[in-house]
Design a protein around this ligand. Structure first.
Ligand SMILES: Nc1ncnc2c1ncn2[C@@H]1O[C@H](COP(=O)(O)OP(=O)(O)OP(=O)(O)O)[C@@H](O)[C@H]1O
Ligand SMILES: CC(C)(CO)[C@@H](O)C(=O)[O-]
Ligand code: BAL
Length: 373
């Protein structure tokens, strides 16, 4: 099987995979099948419908880590059949960004997915479902009109979610959410999953996609799962491999800043506050960020935001009945010539003390995540 994967990986590098390729990966019991064409994954989807299987999708850009695995485990609790997509989406990268060096580790990704599947399929597992399909399309399959990185040269249909996409991450990455929304729209249309799983680590992405699904009446649900962290609290991320040893230890500064803001919020809530000025949260966070790094490792804060959960609009004060999303981005500067800057993003949802939920039902006064979209 490994040989087969090596062949696939090398074919992939040479972009010689045919658009109809469907490869049962024989080492897996029951087999995990690799689909590379839209036609073949649609056929798989029809089979699932004919068996009345519920289908969950977990879109990824590969370089599978424990964050992805946790999304898959959650999906397997509820759904019969899971489809994982691995696609490094050019449309969400600006020309100056890291598309060409983004980690591509398909062979080890598949090994991890196979190991997980063996566990999910074992008689001891409490999971309802398991991974059935791995969808790894080529760029021309997804973008038949081509996808130059310069937006003004791009032809065809694209999805924009406004004004959300130009806030926070969208300030530094103005192209980003158009690329994410467009590829997710394509993936949702191709696979038609009952539910799609995303990580809270990319919180703005989840809010953008919830708006897209709602506004465009897409018949799927968006599920958001907790951020999986390293032991010191750093959010797992495929790009953490860029950090290198020297910067790695300092990369947790953003999470520490978020925790300082959260602690300040919870202290005010405990004192009975109903409205909390933004500065009560940002001052302790900014102190942590100012003191981050060392003589050798320099950090720059791009933003530290306190925003409303519905549209991520910046708040001057937090209404305790609603809560807020606190999020940020920190740039870890290179420590040597061979390195580039690495952006760390992270967030915490400050729970609200809602008396009623979005349907108007009375709920408890306990702190809870108030979901709007
Ligand atoms: N630490 C994490 N915990 C939970 N979910 C995560 C985590 N990291 C990524 N995810 C989720 O996995 C899905 C696929 O993400 P992706 O493949 O881009 O990985 P990534 O680690 O976010 O990569 P990058 O370093 O490029 O941001 C997304 O929904 C993302 O939010
Ligand atoms: C959702 C996604 C797979 C779209 O390319 C990507 O943005 C990601 O991995 O978070
Ligand atoms: N998980 C986010 C993908 C990106 O930054 O391109």
């Amino acid at each position: 099987m490994i040989q087969l994967l090596r062949r696939f990986a090398s074919l992939s590098a040479l972009t010689k995979i045919t658009s109809t390729m469907t490869t049962p990966l024989p080492g897996t019991k029951p087999p995990l099948t690799l689909y590379t064409s839209i036609a073949s994954i649609r056929q798989w989807r029809r089979q699932q419908a004919s068996r009345c299987n519920s289908v969950a999708m977990i879109p990824t850009m590969g370089a599978i880590h424990a964050g992805h695995i946790s999304l898959i485990r959650s999906a397997a609790q509820t759904h019969d059949s899971l489809v994982i997509s691995v696609f490094v989406n050019p449309a969400q990268f600006a020309p100056h960004e890291d598309l060409s060096r983004y980690p591509r580790t398909l062979t080890t990704d598949i090994k991890q997915l196979e190991a997980l599947n063996t566990e999910l399929s074992s008689p001891e597992s409490s999971s309802k479902g398991r991974i059935e399909a791995l969808f790894v399309p080529s760029v021309p399959e997804i973008y038949p009109s081509g996808i130059p990185l310069q937006q003004e040269l791009q032809k065809g249909a694209f999805v924009t979610v406004t004004p959300l996409s130009s806030r926070l991450e969208g300030i530094t990455r103005p192209h980003f959410f158009r690329g994410v929304a467009t590829v997710c729209m394509k993936l949702f249309n191709i696979v038609q999953p009952d539910e799609v799983y995303f990580g809270q680590k990319d919180v703005q992405q989840t809010v953008v996609l919830k708006w897209m699904v709602g506004d465009l009446h897409i018949p799927t649900k968006i599920r958001v799962e907790d951020t999986v962290r390293e032991e010191d609290g750093l959010a797992m991320s495929s790009r953490n491999v860029y950090l290198g040893e020297k910067r790695r230890g300092f990369a947790v500064c953003l999470y520490k800043a978020l925790k300082a803001a959260e602690e300040a919020y919870l202290q005010e809530v405990a004192k009975g506050a109903t409205v909390i000025p933004k500065r009560i949260l940002t001052e302790p966070a900014e102190k942590v960020l100012r003191e981050a790094g060392s003589d050798e490792v320099k950090t720059e804060t791009e933003y530290f935001s306190v925003a409303c959960p519905k549209e991520l609009e910046e708040l001057e004060q937090v209404d305790v009945s609603i809560g807020a999303v606190i999020s940020g981005a920190v740039r870890m500067l290179p420590t040597q010539e061979s390195e580039g800057p690495v952006r760390i993003i992270d967030n915490i949802i400050l729970k609200g003390k809602a008396e009623v939920d979005t349907q108007g039902e009375r709920v408890s006064q306990d702190l809870r995540t108030v979901v709007y979209v």
